[in-house]
Design a binder for this molecule. Structure first.
Ligand SMILES: [Fe+2]
Length: 230
């Protein structure tokens, strides 16, 4: 399965005019249906060496700690029957605490943090759990419409067992006042599905006195799946 075939009740439409870039990237022709099982072909597995020690700790990539509110992000990757997706690649990318990406395309007038690249990766364990150490990303302005700001969010890429199965989504933070007016978040039509993109504050999964804990479970298929394709 990939994100061109998965679109269903919980995923956003390819074209959502309020989210301007979808008018450029959405398909203009009807999709070509592929044979059942076309994505089940065996492909190369992601080698274990692709993920290095500390790739899941985004606070360890510079000479010293990045600025921002330190957080532990944990969650479980499961299928529609809540079975764990084991030893599967989970990648994240995010803005720094000031809301700027470590990328030449981001010219937002906010400081870069030399100690933060905003890229992390890990494999889920035998029970489907992943864990990242990072900082809370800042909100940032974008060009979608006047006074447009993206809510705080972390991008996720899930690779399944082969590159053709890649799914992407975004994780948000509870209580963010920008969520009700964000076209990306609201391109997901169903309210309960939107709620599944919002992480939960779980202090006990943080580190006492050091880092806040947020939990974000990801369901890949079925009626309770997380919206994908954002
Ligand atoms: Fe973003």
């Amino acid at each position: 399965m990939n994100d061109m075939t998965r679109q269903g009740a919980v995923d956003p439409p390819y074209l959502y005019p309020g989210y301007r870039s979808t008018t450029l990237r959405s398909p203009l022709e009807p999709l070509v249906e592929l044979a059942q099982g076309a994505f089940d072909v065996p492909g190369p597995l992601v080698p274990k060496s692709f993920v290095r020690d500390q790739d899941n700790d985004l606070t360890m990539h510079g000479k010293s700690a990045p600025l921002g509110e330190k957080m532990i992000l944990t969650g479980r990757l499961v299928d529609e029957a809540e079975r764990p997706i084991r030893h599967s690649l989970v990648e994240i990318w995010q803005a720094n605490a000031s809301g700027r990406y470590h990328h030449p395309g981001d010219q937002h007038d906010a400081p870069l943090d030399p100690n933060f690249t905003g890229i992390g990766r890990t494999f889920t364990d035998a029970d489907g759990w992943y864990r990242f150490v990072t900082i809370k990303p800042g909100a940032y302005p974008w060009q979608n419409h006047p006074f447009a700001w993206r809510p705080n969010h972390i991008h996720f890429s899930l690779l399944g067992n082969a590159p053709v199965q890649r799914l992407i989504t975004q994780m948000y933070f509870p209580g963010d006042p920008l969520l009700p007016i964000d076209p990306v978040f609201n391109s997901v039509p169903d309210e309960t599905a939107r709620a599944r993109m919002v992480s939960t504050l779980v202090l006990e999964t943080g580190i006492e006195g050091i880092a806040l804990g947020y939990r974000f479970d990801i369901v890949l298929a079925g009626a309770k799946s997380n919206p994908m394709g954002l």
